[in-house]
Design a binder for this molecule. Sequence first.
Ligand SMILES: Nc1ncnc2c1ncn2[C@@H]1O[C@H](COP(=O)(O)OP(=O)(O)O)[C@@H](O)[C@H]1O
Ligand SMILES: [Mg+2]
Length: 228
Amino acid sequence: MTTDQTNETTPILALDHVTYSYTKGGKKVVNDLSRDFRPGSLTAITGPSGAGKTTVLSLLSGLTCPSEGRVLYDGKDLATLNRYRFRSHDIGVIFQSFNLLPSLTVAENIILSMEASGRKFDRPKREVVADLLRKVRLPIEYANERILHLSGGEQQRVAIARALSYEPRIVLADEPTGNLDMATQDDIMAIFRSLAHEEGKCVIIVTHSPAVAQQSDDLFELKPLRRS
Ligand SMILES: Nc1ncnc2c1ncn2[C@@H]1O[C@H](COP(=O)(O)OP(=O)(O)O)[C@@H](O)[C@H]1O
Ligand SMILES: [Mg+2]
């Protein structure tokens, strides 16, 4: 595993000599990657298209298992843990395509995710929604707006709010600033930085943009593998 001498906190998530191919014996998309991810830190995964960024996010989120090596959560092999529980409680994933339900409202989308997690909440869900909207800087009136009436930037904020709804310790996002104007991009990055620095979450985002990567604490650069 890599050691980062400037940061002494224990890693919450780690890649330990991870190799991955989509088909058995096929081309390796990820080869022998090791890396630690810590709470309170914002990491940007960068690299050209096809370098394996999305694949690494699926491995870190427990959606796929490594062909070789291990993904460690709190030092334990994710393959031996209850991955359903991990995905529904401990990690919030923001997909490139948002995966929001367009004909439902903002609040309905967020509440669905809270219910699906099976987590207990000690406050009314509508109150949690109001807090989440504040956190992603959307006016409270948006709660009752249908997703299909929102702009791309607004949908991105809802996707972040939904990923935060069950209070995960880790937040992963695939190209969260991909199709946004500069001002919105900076605003979304400020949200991620505050999640890491003020709430102590481990935040990992994939990005193409050098400007976005510059605003992160750590860079994790993926190099494309040659076909074997
Ligand atoms: N479901 C899949 N089946 C087979 N190959 C895939 C699949 N998804 C991605 N790949 C291949 O894996 C490589 C890395 O893809 P990906 O992780 O999406 O890269 P990035 O997100 O950096 O663009 C690419 O060569 C891509 O064609
Ligand atoms: Mg990708």
